[in-house]
Design a protein around this ligand. Sequence first.
Ligand code: ZN
Ligand code: ZN
Length: 105
Amino acid sequence: MKVINCDIKTTKVCQCGNWLSHWENISKNKVRLCVVKECCEHELVGSHVKKAGSDEKEIYIIPLCKEHSESEEEMDIYNDVPLVSANVKKTCRANSSTTLKDGER
Ligand SMILES: [Zn+2]
Ligand SMILES: [Zn+2]
């Protein structure tokens, strides 16, 4: 599966604390290594990506090493890696009863 980084420099994070935890919470998965094929880096961050070569506008979170999270090239990731939506209203905030203000993202 090919993905490409979205140019999102967001400092806002959801209630999971950081985007890597968000990915772990929603996917119920844990990885030790960057999910790009043949990458063996284990210092991971949750990175915003889109599917490459697709019209889909959906933005996903996947665990990548720092280097890949800053890459501007297409990345080939393992096909069994769950793509977790970056849209917190569909994921971690969907069933939460926290009192966050409307419009807060
Ligand atoms: Zn979250
Ligand atoms: Zn990597």
